[in-house]
Design a protein around this ligand. Structure first.
Ligand SMILES: NC(=O)CC[C@H](N)C(=O)O
Length: 364
């Protein structure tokens, strides 16, 4: 069955439909990972986005029970060059097409994803629509609709947990604020025996501190960090009271809370092959990334933040630390899933930070 991908600039791609037979509208972004489509499509930070995979064969190892990064994928669709209909892997228990059907997500195959990616790289992230099959498509009308389409701003509220829940351990007590958390973050904390309490994005600082945490973890999440000013206020109220570690949206909210600014990147960083330099050690990590916004470096002047990491591709800010209180954040994903685990050690650094803060408190 035919399906179209129509972009706001008037470009029309014709392909073959897979997944749910429904139309969908969203920002079209590209991911350069060679594997990891299951983790990518279930990463809540892709909420309302149509993801183009630049690797040409997608779905070849199927979908398995272990690699989900959330229970309900929030992506608006996927664009692939070639869809594997008969996956081959011992862990596979369904096809990508079956999963998309079950979750109501549309997909399109047979697209020149190199052309689409070049277009996004030169024009910047574009809005697009995936049509339902069998519909009479009025391209002009769809383009007009797209030009007026404004992405929703309630994405964090939609993907965050509604209620707090524990993931018990006998180690450090960590309150993990869920802005659209990838399971990988929880997995890394559990691996280190943390006693984790996952809380909704709008939990107040008072409520969080009442749990007596040894540390607070700020998760990744979808959308523009400026869409959730209440979250920035909460982070502001936590800084200096408890050790903090933030990832991606958590990093951006931390920067805003400290008085810096964020901006939208031309086409974002999405993939498992993004080099980042640690300015403190000189070491470079190949990192997993998924973000469309970034911290504006010049706005750090006058804050108590120091840049600790930079992207080697475009020089953008990839990590921050607070000069006075125990808090550090990164724009990339040390939990990987998918992608390289080079930066996993940052979770150990968080445990260290909590240990040091505890010792200092004991001597105070
Ligand atoms: N993965 C994330 O947390 C992404 C943060 C933010 N939504 C961005 O696109 O920049």
């Amino acid at each position: 069955m035919e399906r179209y991908l129509i972009l706001e600039d008037g470009t029309v791609f014709k392909g073959t439909a897979f997944g749910a037979d429904t139309a969908s509208t969203g920002e079209v972004v590209f991911n350069t990972g060679m594997t990891g489509y299951q983790e990518v499509l279930s990463d809540p930070s892709y909420c309302d986005q149509i993801i183009t995979m630049t690797y040409p064969l997608i779905g070849n190892y199927g979908i398995n029970r272990d690699d989900f990064e959330s229970i309900e994928p929030a992506a608006a669709g996927m664009v692939v060059r070639e869809l594997a209909e008969f996956p081959s892997n011992f862990r596979s228990d369904s096809t990508l097409c079956e999963l998309f059907k079950a979750k109501g997500i549309p997909g399109i195959a047979g697209i020149d994803t190199r052309k689409l990616t070049r277009l996004i790289r030169s024009k910047g992230t574009v809005k697009g629509i995936l049509t339902a099959t069998g519909d009479q498509v009025n391209v002009e009308a769809e383009i007009r609709r797209l030009q007026e389409f404004e992405p929703k701003q309630d994405q964090v509220a939609r993907v965050s947990t509604q209620r707090p829940y524990p993931s018990p351990g006998r180690g450090k007590r960590v309150v993990l604020i869920d802005y659209g958390m990838k399971h990988g973050i929880l997995r890394e904390l559990n691996k280190r025996n943390c006693d984790v309490l996952v809380v909704p994005y709008n939990t107040t600082a008072d409520e969080i501190l009442r749990w007596n945490p040894d540390g607070v973890m700020l998760s990744n999440g979808p959308g523009d960090p400026k869409d959730v000013p209440e979250c920035t206020e909460t982070v502001k109220a936590l800084i200096g009271k408890v050790p903090i570690f933030g990832i991606c949206l958590g990093h951006q909210l931390f920067a805003l809370a400290c008085g810096a600014e964020t901006y939208k990147l031309k086409f974002g960083h999405r993939g498992g092959n993004q080099p980042v330099k640690d300015l403190m050690t000189g070491r470079s990590d190949i990192t997993s990334q998924n973000h469309g916004y970034s911290v504006l470096e010049e706005t750090l002047i006058g804050t108590r933040l120091k840049v600790t990491h930079k992207a080697l591709n475009d020089g953008s800010v990839e990590g921050l630390m607070h000069l006075d209180v125990p808090a550090f954040t990164v724009q990339y994903h040390p939990e990987a899933s998918p992608g390289p685990e080079d930066a996993n050690h940052l979770f150990d650094r968080f445990i260290e930070l909590m240990n040091t803060a505890e010792k200092e408190l004991a001597h105070a």
